[in-house]
Write a protein that binds this ligand. Structure first.
Ligand code: M6R
Length: 369
């Protein structure tokens, strides 16, 4: 059933354009308005919401971190993201006007389930973003938006993650639509770009051979660091998580702005550092700052692996390895920027002789707290 791929993970990475397209299917009509009929939370209720709280674990948590940027920017509703395993133990402030979003591929993650039960006990509405029909988390939620990634077999989550991002964008945009917040040209443009994003994922997949080759040369390394800013920061965390679980390497993700507050001390001669660069077209200050971060780490000996948009020339002099991704609106960039990191981790794990689909000590769904 691996369809000729060596690993389920590779097959699932390749399935991402379809998974993304399927998750969008029927939800954006040609005029650009969104239909989320299955949502089962009325527009009247959605208009009442004064806070969004996202709970999830692992990769799904990273999708939530990215969603926060989109939700707050587009809807202006405050949004918190919390590890589901921490949530109920700190007595979170919730009420009838809080919308809690539980993100889970399997729908069976115990930490996430306990967090959503806690939220419902406090009178909050819970929306599940889930990939598994009829699983426990959507059954116990007020509403569900299914991701249509299809079954994900490899322990490391790939296509589920991309579809979770898409589902989060849809929820954020739908909130704008029903609340009338910021509904205008920017939102219409984002919807258009979102409806084309699966083609961009396809284009990224076509250019992954150099990433594979690079990964194989790094099999003997002990540590890889990942840096990003804005939505690139959770992408860096996701890249590091993939590498930990698959390659069993020390991998850490940092917000690039934090470098000077500590992590830069870790940089050693020839240490690979992956940097996710925000688009130079938007938030140009952020872009300039990350370019100086790349310069700084390179001056201290790091081997820089730079993920940057096509046409971003400013990074070229400081990139030991350059991975190009298509131009996308800033908030959607994680959909394309994550793909090379998945391929990188998969190839490195294989080069180290690890079980790619079944990493040691891990289970596909974690049904204990
Ligand atoms: O099924 P879930 O989405 O609730 O699973 C959450 C995490 O256990 C999961 O994302 C885990 O971190 C993956 N192995 C990461 O690749």
């Amino acid at each position: 059933e691996k369809d000729g791929y060596d690993y389920f993970m590779l097959k699932e990475i390749a399935e991402q354009p379809k998974a993304v397209a399927d998750t969008l299917l029927g939800r954006i009509d040609p005029s650009g308005s969104l239909t989320l009929d299955e949502l089962r939370i009325t527009p009247a209720d959605l208009r009442q919401i004064d806070k969004v709280v996202i709970v999830a674990c692992g990769t799904a948590f990273h999708a939530g971190l990215i969603a926060k940027y989109a939700i707050e920017h587009w809807t202006r509703i405050p949004c918190e993201v919390e590890l589901a395993s921490e949530f109920r133990y700190r007595d979170p402030i919730l009420g009838g006007r809080s919308l809690v979003i539980a993100i889970s591929q399997s729908g069976e993650t115990m930490d996430t389930l306990m967090a959503l039960r806690h939220a419902r006990e406090q009178g909050s509405k819970v929306l599940a973003i889930c990939n598994t029909n009829g699983s426990t988390i959507p059954r116990e939620s007020d509403a569900v938006l299914y991701t249509h990634a299809g079954p994900e077999v490899a322990v490391a989550s790939t296509k589920a993650f991309l579809t979770q991002l898409v589902a989060c964008y849809l929820v954020a945009l739908y909130l704008c639509q029903v609340r009338g917040t910021k509904w205008g040209d920017e939102i219409q443009a984002v919807i258009k770009d979102l409806s084309r994003i699966s083609d961009e994922v396809e284009r990224v997949l076509e250019t992954m051979e150099p990433v594979r080759a690079l990964a194989r040369t790094l099999a003997g390394k002990d540590t890889v660091l990942f840096l990003g800013r804005h939505v690139g920061y959770p992408v860096a965390l996701e890249g590091a998580l993939k590498l930990k679980e698959l390659a069993y390497m020390h991998a850490e993700g940092f917000a690039a702005g934090e470098l000077k507050h500590g992590p830069i001390a870790l940089i050693e001669e020839d240490m690979p550092v992956v940097v996710v660069v925000p688009s130079p077209s938007n938030r140009s200050l952020l872009h300039d700052k990350i370019v100086s971060n790349i310069q700084e780490i390179r001056a201290r000996g790091a081997r820089t692996i730079v993920i940057a948009e096509e046409g971003d020339e400013a990074v070229v002099p400081y990139a030991d390895h350059l991975i190009r991704i298509p131009v996308t609106p800033t908030l959607l960039q994680p959909v394309v920027a994550t793909v090379p990191l998945q391929v990188f981790a998969c190839e490195l794990a294989a080069a180290r002789g690890n079980e790619v689909d079944q990493p040691r000590n891990l289970a596909k769904s974690v049904t204990v707290e």
